[in-house]
Write a protein that binds this ligand. Structure first.
Ligand code: GLU
Length: 290
């Protein structure tokens, strides 16, 4: 395997069972990996025990299996990687790339996003108060080429946008964990929903601060419900019926704009996915739904 070998992943947060929107993302990342003869991994992003459950994790894994979407390597669980995140945060703190912050959301709002106690300069002594750790961004106009959306440009504001990487409650936060794991798992292509597009410039800075090049990004339109909202557990998106895996897959491929005629007469899920991969044409994804 060379460095340029394609490695992609699907990384759901187990806030609920898989719904149609998450299936579409899973299928897109799977087919993109397969069409590059690459490796496709599943990672469960179970960082927040207050919003996530082991039952949801199991249901997601069962659903993926029922839809023929099998991880090429053992499934990675973020809940088992705390020691690693802890070490990274210590490192970023000692390098001055992260800082402790006891500010409340209200305090930050009242100060237009600035830290009244100059947390970034390390002047605040959190002492006994609960504190978060934030990543210290630098001002940047970040540009890159999205594999589907084309040229992208985002501005990152130091201090105002600094993301929390360790929450006051003691939980590790998405922004650091996702980058740390993608680096460790050698992920070089990320296919995910365009609801995460706004995170990308910040994540690119985190990649570089950890000494790794950012991956290629492909952001696909999120699936909306009849009211125009993103399908999500919050919007009561129904769980997928695993007994209808074939129909679900065909609908996911239709939502991704793929040519349905090529799938006619296929009911075996493995054959369906192999055929979809052989004919995968991401340029057919309708961008209007974004
Ligand atoms: N865990 C994130 C989510 O479920 C996705 C992470 C990513 O693809 O970057 O929204």
């Amino acid at each position: 395997m060379t460095d340029s070998h394609y490695r992609g992943r699907f990384a759901p947060s187990p806030t609920g069972p898989l719904h149609f929107g998450s299936l579409v993302t899973a299928v897109a990342s799977y087919l993109e990996a397969r069409s590059h003869k690459g490796t496709w991994l599943v990672r469960i992003e179970d960082l927040d025990p207050l919003r996530e459950s082991p039952e949801a994790t199991q249901r997601i894994l069962d659903s993926l299996d029922a839809h023929g979407l099998h991880s090429d390597e053992p499934v990675c669980f973020q809940s088992e990687r705390h020691a690693h995140y802890h070490a990274l945060i210590d490192r970023l703190l000692s390098q001055g790339l992260a800082y402790r912050c006891a500010c409340s959301r209200k305090q930050l709002q009242e100060n237009n996003g600035r830290h009244p106690e100059h947390c970034r300069e390390g002047e605040a002594e959190p002492g006994e108060r609960p504190f978060a750790v934030r990543f210290a961004l630098h001002d940047e106009r970040s540009t890159w080429h999205d594999q589907l959306l084309g040229p992208q440009s985002q501005t990152v504001h130091a201090e105002l946008d600094d993301p929390v990487i360790l929450r006051k409650e003691g939980f590790y936060a998405y922004q650091l964990a996702v980058v740390a794991d993608d680096i460790d798992q050698g992920i070089n292509h990320v296919v995910r929903g365009s609801d995460l597009l706004d995170m990308t410039a910040q994540q690119q800075q985190i990649y570089r601060s950890l000494g790794a090049p950012p991956p290629y990004w492909m952001h696909i339109p999120v699936i909306l419900n009849a009211e125009g909202q993103k399908l999500s557990k919050q919007n009561h998106a129904p769980a997928l019926d695993d007994r209808k895996a074939e129909d679900n897959l065909k609908q996911a491929l239709a939502a991704l704009g793929q040519d349905q005629r090529l799938l006619a007469g296929t009911s075996d899920i493995g054959t369906l996915l192999a055929r979809a991969a052989a004919n995968w044409a991401p340029e057919r994804i309708h961008l209007t739904a974004r």
